[in-house]
Design a protein around this ligand. Structure first.
Ligand code: PGA
Length: 242
């Protein structure tokens, strides 16, 4: 695990993009593992800027997103499909048919989850972008998720729903109770993982991920066993590392 400490959010985004750009320029048909949330938005802006400058093309790339809420219409502004379209896909030349987000509306969620894992297995992720939850979750793999899990439906912890209420009029009751997420085993199959962390709310999780025991109580700690992980944390998120 390589850890880069950045001074602030913008520098975190830039350092993460520099590492990602190597893959984007060397592999025009790369498979990108993408994440939602506030943390990767700055990185996505840098991807869009370079695309607009003609430096990178996403025409032949495929994307696989980590997760989606269950039961939220895809047209809802806070669905992760809407988030990805608005923050990245609408602004680059990726073929929308090659962008994949788990189906939170599938009639048979288990079957759809198994198909998502099969798709990911057939399209190995070249670079996986991750955020981290205050409780150490990656994707929506909450504490206690087995390290050998594949795509599955998860009941969100109250703390996670509280953290995400800011996107739902600050009303926790409007935050969906369940989500479907790529499993830890699927995430660990990625060839290269870049985890971004910003803000003091992530400091404890970042410390446990890097310095704690590898244990299902902190899902991100599994990354200690991956051969190619870059963590980019801003000063506040890296607070307990020094
Ligand atoms: P955030 O979410 O980027 O909005 O902080 C990260 C996460 O929960 O994985």
């Amino acid at each position: 695990m390589i850890v880069i400490q950045a001074k602030d959010y913008d520098e975190m985004s830039l350092k993460a993009y520099e590492a990602m750009k190597k893959v984007l320029t060397e592999k025009p048909d790369a498979v990108l593992g993408l994440a939602t949330g506030s943390t990767p938005v700055g990185l996505y802006k840098l991807m869009i800027e370079d695309y607009k400058r003609g430096l990178v093309s996403y025409k032949r790339m495929t994307s696989i997103n980590l997760d989606e809420y269950v039961g939220l219409p895809v047209t809802h502004p806070e669905s992760y499909r809407s988030f990805m379209n608005r923050n990245l896909f609408d602004h680059i030349d990726i073929d929308i048919a090659n962008t994949h987000v788990p189906d939170g509306l599938a009639e048979d969620l288990e079957k759809s989850a198994a198909a998502y894992t099969a798709f990911a297995a057939a399209h190995p992720i070249d670079v996986q972008i991750l955020g981290i939850g205050a409780n150490g979750h990656i994707g929506f793999n909450e504490p206690g998720t087995p390290f050998d899990s594949h795509t599955h439906v998860v009941e969100l912890k109250e703390g996670t729903r509280r953290d995400n209420a800011r996107f739902f009029d600050n009303d926790i009751n409007k935050v969906p109770t369940h989500a479907v997420t790529l499993g830890l085993k699927d995430i660990m199959n990625a060839k290269f993982i870049i985890l971004l962390a910003s803000g003091s709310g992530k400091a404890d999780a970042v410390k446990k991920m890097i310095k704690g025991t590898v244990d299902e109580s902190c899902p991100a700690s599994v990354l200690q066993t991956h051969p190619n992980v870059l963590v980019v944390a801003d000063e506040a998120a890296a607070y307990y590392l020094n």
